[in-house]
Design a protein around this ligand. Structure first.
Ligand SMILES: O=C(CO)COP(=O)(O)O
Length: 248
């Protein structure tokens, strides 16, 4: 049985004090909620504040990105060691906004996913097709290629720790959500490709859906057998809205 993971990607929103205000309001709303795993992904400047406040609760915190090296001359980057030292447990890797704006390539994503695993961080590997790719019937090819690139040389014995976030780019921040049927169908495709790379353990890997998830649609999405959680952007910025999503 895969425990669902409900994650908040705050992107480039919230100062440390705004993040703290969120957490203070959010924790009582989800107190005792252990059915699902709940993880917050604040910006790097708020990460320590959030980690210190959620320590010992049913909510975890992770980083929105990281470098693969332990340390080095990489101005502006954060290493896996820095994240684990802070107490981060999860990390987003390969978000479509990083692929689009930050020159994130499959090779770099591959290094980061493997670095996360070797440092005991749970990677949420983000994949997803563009609108023109879906409309021209290329969705499966795109996802297969992103998975193959990201998972080359991935250590199979750690496959159960991997999390995939399927985020169709056309549904991110647009208000357009994949219907539960389209999302479920695509998650099955993703799981089949995971099985080709990693074998039967693919059945234990959680595949989250992301793209305009809101309180109004979270239940219908999360009821699908192969949708194992949600990665939420805009609707995760308010405590009551994100709590409602987690309590679908
Ligand atoms: O990119 C996303 C989460 O990583 C989804 O963003 P929205 O929920 O704002 O569409």
């Amino acid at each position: 049985m895969r425990k669902k993971l409900i994650a908040a990607n705050w992107k480039m929103y919230k100062t440390p004090s705004e993040a703290l205000t969120f957490v203070e309001a959010f924790l009582p709303l989800v107190a005792g909620h252990t059915r699902d795993e709940i993880v917050l992904f604040p910006s790097i400047t708020s990460l320590a504040t959030v980690i210190n406040r959620v320590r010992g609760t049913n909510v975890a915190a992770g980083a929105q990105s990281m470098h693969w090296a332990n340390e080095g001359a990489y101005t502006g980057h954060t290493s896996p060691v820095m994240l684990t030292t802070l107490g981060a447990t999860h990390v987003l890797i390969g978000h479509s906004e990083n692929r689009q704006y930050d020159n994130e390539t499959d090779e770099r994503i591959n290094l980061k996913v493997k670095a996360a695993i070797s440092h005991g961080l749970i990677p949420l590997l983000c994949i997803g097709e563009q609108l023109d790719e879906r409309e021209s019937g290329k969705t499966e090819d795109v996802l297969a290629s992103q998975l193959a690139g990201a998972l080359a040389g991935f250590p199979k014995e750690h496959a159960d720790k991997l999390v995939i976030a399927y985020e169709p780019v056309w549904a991110i921040g647009t208000g357009l959500t994949a219907t539960p049927e389209i999302a479920e169908e695509t998650h099955v495709i993703v799981r089949n490709h995971m099985a080709q790379h990693l074998g039967d353990v693919a059945n234990d890997i959680r595949i989250l859906y992301g793209g305009s998830v809101k309180p109004e649609n979270s239940k219908s999405l999360l009821e699908q057998p192969n949708i194992d959680g949600a990665l939420v952007g805009g609707a995760s910025l308010k405590p009551d809205s994100f709590a409602a999503i987690a309590q679908y």
